[in-house]
Design a protein around this ligand. Structure first.
Ligand SMILES: [Ca+2]
Length: 360
């Protein structure tokens, strides 16, 4: 099958996901991208060497990387956590809807010094969307063609036209039964029709439309590509990894199918969110690299310059997910290398999301 994913300037293609065969060579800036959706369950492959070293600028020591920033909107008021026990985080006693301030600033996108972006303050959820939170969405009858987001919902407050387009409604599952089937169809589904042991693991097998619809229902929105990159890179610290410049190990992130400490891929490599706090980012966010790839708002394409609270909304047949997943090599843990092009209806065992929010 054809797969013509081509990275734009400053982009990195996902070369060797465990679950997606991808090949793109000889691409140049501006090439058309022809994402496709197929290909589950390829064998793990070696990651091609990045074509540019990702040295940090002013990197941080690990010891300085794990403090939580100011908390955001009251987690108890977030719809997906209404009635949900506070069982996420390092000690299993934190709200799964904790959201933390990301102070605005200017940085280099994908670590490249001519792709500058300036962002306003925003809140980003500390954790990936968990199964337990997504269950509240499903139980509310959301995420289907009969209960789509309202037109314009889930918009970035500073980016016009970034809310729900009613033309996308047809891309949602027809009904709740169809949605549940989608969630259960993957190779390592974290979803179970009844609550079970995966409630605090990231919800996988969600496409871009479901991720958008969830965050809109949950009082938030998808982060932009620049916002997700900024949070993972520690803004102007331009960290190599969310935690700093130290080489990755399995206490910091779930990758190499070793998140659970056991060789071989398993649903338990989709680790409980926030369970590897040594890998937390500058402002306290957990699992920004590894565990599960995270959908962002943007379409895939060239980066806008200048970027002031920008998002690429030009080609909605290609969307970006970020961060690397539980089955990838450590190369994909670096935010400079983990912006990936996918068709918005793509689902996979390593595809999930987290939400951003406005000020309380
Ligand atoms: Ca992640």
């Amino acid at each position: 099958m054809a797969d013509g994913r081509c990275p734009g300037i400053g982009r990195r293609i996902r070369l060797s996901l465990a679950f997606f065969a991808a090949a793109a060579v000889g691409c140049k800036s501006g090439d058309a991208v022809n994402g496709d959706t197929a290909l589950p369950d390829a064998a793990l492959a070696d990651v091609a060497a990045p074509d540019r070293a990702a040295e940090p600028v002013g990197g941080m020591d690990d010891a300085t990387s794990a403090g939580d920033g100011p908390a955001g909107p009251a987690a108890t008021a977030v719809p997906s956590c209404a009635g949900l026990p506070a069982t996420c985080g390092r000690s299993g006693d934190e709200s799964c809807c904790t959201s933390l301030l990301v102070p605005g600033g200017t940085f280099y996108r994908n670590g490249i010094d001519y792709d500058t972006a300036t962002l306003s303050d925003f809140y980003l959820d500390k954790f990936e969307i968990t199964v337990g939170r997504f269950r509240a969405f499903v139980n509310a009858g959301m995420g289907t063609q009969s209960s789509p987001p309202a037109a314009g919902a889930g918009a970035h407050p500073l980016i016009g036209g970034s809310g729900w387009d009613t033309a996308w409604t047809a891309s949602l599952p027809a009904d709740t039964a169809t949605l549940k089937s989608l969630l259960a169809a993957g190779k390592y589904p974290t979803w179970t029709d009844a609550p079970a042991e995966n409630e605090n693991r990231p919800q996988n097998d969600i496409n871009w439309y479901l991720a958008f619809a969830f965050c809109a229902w949950d009082g938030g929105r998808l982060p932009t590509d620049a916002e997700a990159d900024y949070a993972a890179a520690g803004g102007d610290e331009q960290r190599k990894y969310p935690w700093g410049s130290a080489d990755a190990d399995y206490t910091m992130a779930s990758y190499d199918c070793m998140g659970d400490g056991l060789s071989g891929c398993s649903v338990t490599d989709l680790v409980v969110v926030g369970s590897k706090p040594a890998g937390n980012a500058r402002w306290g966010h957990a699992d920004l690299s590894g565990n599960i790839w995270e959908w962002v708002l943007d379409c895939y394409g060239e980066l806008q310059t200048p970027c002031n609270d920008c998002a690429n909304l030009f080609d909605p047949t290609h969307r970006i997910d970020r961060g690397g997943g539980f089955s990838n090599a450590d190369t994909y843990l670096a935010p400079a290398y983990n912006s990936s092009d996918l068709a918005p209806k793509q689902v996979g065992p390593d595809i999930g999301a987290r939400c951003a929010r406005g000020k309380p």
